[in-house]
Design a protein around this ligand. Structure first.
Ligand code: GA4
Length: 322
């Protein structure tokens, strides 16, 4: 990056309220907790994920999305595999194509990509190396958060996503440039790439190329754009972490708008727990008088209910205590 473009990048963030967290500094633990409380969203800098892992996987993703549609649809499937326009199976659509994969560690390297994509050694290895490194960063961030919350032991949260059977999903998204203006938002000219939603998991970790489009919803209800930054990662608090903290951390509503000129490529690692994991507010985080806002559920129960919902639904509502 040139000195000029670096200072343009820095300027974008000087005027943005989005918290930027330096995870190489252990003292950032307090800023991390505050970001989870105030935004449910933050950008991470000075991470240890090698940039080659990102660029190799970005290259593989672009190669994949450039294949003829007939090749891509050979790996179409539900819930994992290639998809285009349709998101989930309850009627949601977006200006996006994607590849969804299960990246549980116990699955074995032969099975985690759908169908004949398993034969594509290069993409398989790129996904495996990338998700291994991002999973490690996610655990480090969860340990810093635990420390910042003053909970012991330090692995209280990270152990939920580090188990080899924990439910990890990986998503490659491609938002082609969209010349159509068919769905205006706030009087603007933007088309929905991926509609507003919260993520069901514990934490989600997003990387994108230099095309912006991601927006997050603030607690006052307004939407703000997240300036793209391919040298950093963006973290979302998911519904499960909101429950574990009894609502102290906010599961952030977010969406993606398309760009009329440039393609956007993003990669998201969704860190979920074991299917059998019981999810309820951690007692060590509640005051004496504090009552749980949620009924206890297992991750598998939550997933089942989430997969029957529409994208913009409040998926936690059925689990709120009356
Ligand atoms: C949102 C977060 C992840 O992208 C995802 C999505 C999943 C899908 O695309 O199949 C869901 C959505 C996400 C939540 C509600 C349901 C399921 C689409 C949808 C309408 C992979 C996930 O885990 O939940």
């Amino acid at each position: 990056m040139t000195v000029l473009s670096k200072s343009v990048e820095e300027a974008k963030y000087r005027f943005s309220p989005i918290p930027v967290i330096d995870i190489s500094d252990p003292e950032s633990k307090h800023a991390l907790v505050k970001a989870c409380e105030d935004f449910g969203f933050f950008k991470v800098i000075n991470h240890a994920v090698p940039s080659e892992l990102v660029s190799v996987l970005e290259h593989e993703a672009v190669e994949f999305f450039t294949l003829p549609t007939s090749d891509k649809t050979q790996v179409a499937g539900y819930p994992f595999g290639y998809g285009s326009r349709k998101i989930g199976r309850n009627g949601d659509v977006g200006w996006v194509e994607y590849l969804l994969m299960n990246v549980n560690l116990d699955i074995g390297s032969d099975l985690f990509l759908p169908g004949h994509l398993n034969n594509r050694e290069t993409i398989r290895n790129a996904v495996l190396e990338y998700t291994t490194s991002v999973r490690k960063m996610t655990c480090d961030v969860l340990e810093m958060i635990t420390d910042g919350l003053g909970i012991k032991p330090t692995n209280t949260l990270s152990k939920l996503v580090s188990d080899q059977n924990s439910d990890s999903i990986f998503r490659l998204n491609h938002y082609p440039p969209c010349p159509l203006i068919n769905e205006n938002i706030d009087g603007g000219n933007n088309v929905i790439g991926f509609g507003e939603h919260t993520d069901p998991q514990i934490l989600s970790v997003l990387w994108s190329n230099n095309t912006s489009g991601l927006q997050i919803n603030l607690t006052n209800g307004s939407w703000i754009s997240v300036p793209s930054d391919p040298s950093s990662f963006f973290f979302n608090v998911g519904d499960s972490l909101q429950v574990l903290t009894n609502g102290r951390f906010k599961s952030v509503k977010h969406r993606v708008l398309t760009n009329s000129m440039k393609s956007r490529v993003s990669m998201i690692y969704f860190a979920g727990p074991l299917l059998t994991q019981r999810i309820f507010p951690l007692t060590c985080l509640m005051n004496n008088e504090e009552e749980s806002l949620y009924e206890e559920f297992t991750w598998s129960e939550y997933k089942k209910s989430a997969y029957n919902s529409r994208l913009s639904d409040n998926r936690l509502q059925p689990f709120e205590r009356k």
